[in-house]
Write a protein that binds this ligand. Structure first.
Ligand SMILES: Cc1cc2nc3c(=O)[nH]c(=O)nc-3n(C[C@H](O)[C@H](O)[C@H](O)COP(=O)(O)OP(=O)(O)OC[C@H]3O[C@@H](n4cnc5c(N)ncnc54)[C@H](O)[C@@H]3O)c2cc1C
Length: 465
């Protein structure tokens, strides 16, 4: 019976293992995970009725892959969609004020976030003829070229702060938002590209006889994202081994080609090895096998993030907070990157009469915040929330989680680096590299990549027979 070892029990590793059981049913799969629980940075905690997401807060149904995975794990009836308010009401904190992000073309015309010139630059995007430069563009450069500097300073920064906790001037647009340059290339404009994509999605649904798809939505589960990890654990049962950190892998010229070396001298033989742990860990594991490959992988940078969840009495929170929350763009260098109004995004996140909000702090420009002690961080976030939301009381609940290596940053040169990594890794038959370091950081990207990896591993096992 062929054996596959998956290194890392985060969303990517668990999805690879789950899909391998279907794509290669005769293979044995072992997932090795150093922590005492699988799930990677998906962690849901319950504290006195506050349901805190310590890592991701929800996932987007950008492609059918993640909804299909949820269905196959038997979790479809546990899904909860983000509230209508959270889809419509998103804010940025600028000039010491919360300002609503425009929701559509009319909102764009009415918004006070842009000057008349800024609005013109943005709405005239479909007719702008500015050919892309020959050198790779950052997100900031791309949005400035297509939609003007004001749109880049506000919207590109908000987008990159919200998804990557990164700097739009450092991130590669082709790596971090690959659809944007493709839309420009194929439709001559990003706006036209989005319109075409939406029309195509509707036509495809019509051809399949499916109901017309609505706009993209954010989802979680009734008891939080931890339910996803719970379902994987149930389905994969004793294939998942916790408390095992892999230290190295070595390749032999024999049939079961791989030896996986764990701590305390444990070893596993495998026909294929999938590295689904963070890039800096993959680099360490591959250092003896292939130093140039390890160096390339180890050069992928990560940011640092602290998640600060605070609970307040509703009576101390004046005004309406029926929305997603707000971003404080990185270029403002505030003490929070943004605040998500968790209890208005999903139901049952706080006890009746209370709200649960969580701030993300740190990122590339304020990395030092992750070193702050809990009191300093908690106070700084409370002060920010007081200023933005006018809360009148102290928090009644606090939970702080630090991610010293939080989100990989797809800086300029990332795609070339990934191409070099692919070429070097291809020399090692039966070695597969995956995870959020390569082709997308969102949960939906991780699932997309994991499914492709599982299919490649199954094909490899078939060929090796
Ligand atoms: C604070 C935060 C908020 C986020 N918010 C969102 C969000 O709202 N929506 C969204 O879509 N995405 C969000 N993301 C991104 C998303 O959560 C991640 O990209 C995704 O979960 C990564 O999954 P992964 O399996 O690739 O990696 P990880 O979750 O990092 O899992 C890798 C696993 O490898 C294990 N490992 C490490 N070293 C070894 C070793 N030596 N041997 C074996 N195993 C090892 C780790 O313990 C870990 O379990 C967020 C991320 C963070 C940090």
């Amino acid at each position: 019976m062929p054996h596959v070892v998956v290194v890392g029990g985060g969303l990517t590793g668990l999805t690879v293992a789950f899909r391998l059981k279907q794509f290669a049913p005769d293979a044995a799969v072992t997932v090795l995970e150093p922590r005492d629980r699988p799930g990677g940075n998906i962690v849901t905690e319950e504290h006195h009725g506050f349901r805190v997401e310590c890592g991701p807060n929800g996932f987007l149904d950008r492609t059918p892959t993640i909804p299909n995975l949820v269905r196959d794990l038997g979790l479809s009836d546990r899904l909860v969609a983000a509230s209508d308010g959270s889809r419509k009401n998103r804010y940025v904190f600028l000039g010491n004020k919360l300002r609503k992000l425009p929701g559509g073309p009319f909102g764009l015309l009415a918004t006070s976030l842009l000057s008349l010139r800024g609005k013109w630059d943005l709405v005239s995007e479909p007719w702008r003829k500015t050919p892309p430069p020959s050198a790779e563009e950052s997100v900031q450069e791309f949005v400035t070229r297509r939609a003007g500097k004001e749109a880049a300073d506000i919207f590109a920064d908000a987008l990159v702060t919200g998804i990557h906790g990164g700097d739009p001037a450092m991130l590669s647009v082709a790596a971090a938002f690959p659809r944007l340059p493709v839309m420009e290339r194929e439709a001559g404009s990003v706006v036209r590209g989005f319109m075409r994509a939406s029309k195509k999605r509707k036509q495809e649904a019509k051809d399949r006889g499916d109901p017309l798809p609505g706009p993209m939505k954010m989802w979680s589960f009734r008891d939080g994202l931890g339910e996803l990890v719970g379902a994987f654990t149930e389905q994969l049962s004793d294939s998942v081994r916790c408390g095992v950190a892999v230290e190295s892998v070595s390749e032999a010229a024999s049939v079961a080609a791989w030896t996986v070396q764990g701590q305390r001298g444990y070893t596993w033989s495998a026909d294929a090895v999938v590295l689904a742990c963070p890039a800096y860990e993959q680099a360490g594991i591959l250092a003896d096998l292939d130093a140039p490959l390890a160096d390339e992988i180890g050069a992928i940078p990560y940011n640092r993030i602290a998640v600060v969840a605070l609970g307040y009495r509703e009576a101390h929170c004046p005004g309406r907070h029926d929305g997603f929350g707000y971003i404080a763009p990185q270029n403002t260098r505030r003490d929070v990157l943004g605040v998500q109004w968790c209890s208005s995004i999903f139901p049952d996140r706080a006890p009746r009469g209370y709200v649960l909000w969580r701030a993300l702090c740190g990122g590339v420009h304020r990395a030092e915040q992750v070193e702050w002690d809990d009191d300093r961080l908690g106070k700084a976030v409370h002060e920010e929330i007081k200023l933005a939301m006018g809360v009148t009381g102290e928090p009644v609940f606090r939970r702080i989680v630090r991610w010293p290596n939080a989100i990989p940053q797809y800086v300029i040169g990332h795609l070339d680096r990934v191409a070099r990594i692919d070429a070097l890794a291809a020399k090692h038959r039966g070695l597969f590299l995956t995870g959020n370091a390569y082709r997308g950081v969102a949960m939906s990207d991780c699932v997309d990549q994991a499914e492709v990896t599982a299919a490649k591993v199954a094909l490899h096992l078939q060929k090796a027979r």
